[in-house]
Design a protein around this ligand. Structure first.
Ligand SMILES: [Zn+2]
Length: 182
């Protein structure tokens, strides 16, 4: 039987797009994933954090506990408040590996674009993605987040981690060869 368990959790940046009734609220999503794809039926928490930083801390503690119980070793943190709390020792990741978004604190579209440049995505590609509005989820319109990366690839996904929402990969050019395609 296939193991529907992920190998990492993603803690998203603030989603200020979310609504509750007629009000805009700030939400953070915590999603269990296999590499950069959400696991159907996996751990998925939608944390409402408007004016309530403790709610986020408590949710992150619970997610860390879940990760340890489930044998998940890696947590990608795209949320600057959570990264700050980890640095300050308010949150303790213990032996979990914390992955931050490459030293760039994303904040909306400008942050995402800065992060893509920091990951060496060619400028032409960045401009194409902006032009084609491909840096937003095709389903809900939220700004995508970098959900994983290595030296060859950057993965982008909708912060909600919902099924059918946008995720895709960008292959990076080999570092030795200058980009001549432009
Ligand atoms: Zn979406």
């Amino acid at each position: 039987m296939a193991d529907e368990r992920g190998d990492n959790l993603l803690i998203s940046n603030f989603d200020r797009y979310a609504t509750e009734g007629n009000e805009f609220i700030a939400v953070v999503y915590i999603t269990e994933r296999d590499r950069y794809t959400a696991i159907p039926g996996g751990y998925h928490e939608r944390v409402i954090v408007q004016g309530d930083r403790d709610a986020l801390r408590q949710a992150v503690r619970e997610a860390f506990d879940y990760a340890r119980r489930a044998g998940i070793l890696r947590v990608q943190v795209n949320n600057a408040h959570v990264l700050d709390d980890l640095e300050a020792g308010i949150l303790d990741a213990g032996d979990l590996e914390i992955v931050d978004p490459g030293g760039v604190r994303p904040a909306g579209m400008a942050g995402l674009i800065a992060a893509l440049r920091a990951h060496r995505v060619p400028e032409k590609r960045v401009q194409d993605l902006i032009q084609q509005d491909d840096l937003r989820c095709g389903i809900c319109g939220r700004t995508l987040e970098i959900s994983d990366s290595d030296s060859e690839t950057v993965y982008l996904s909708c912060p909600t981690g919902e099924d059918e929402h946008t995720d895709y990969r960008i292959d990076l050019p080999a570092s030795e060869e200058p980009d001549r395609s432009a």
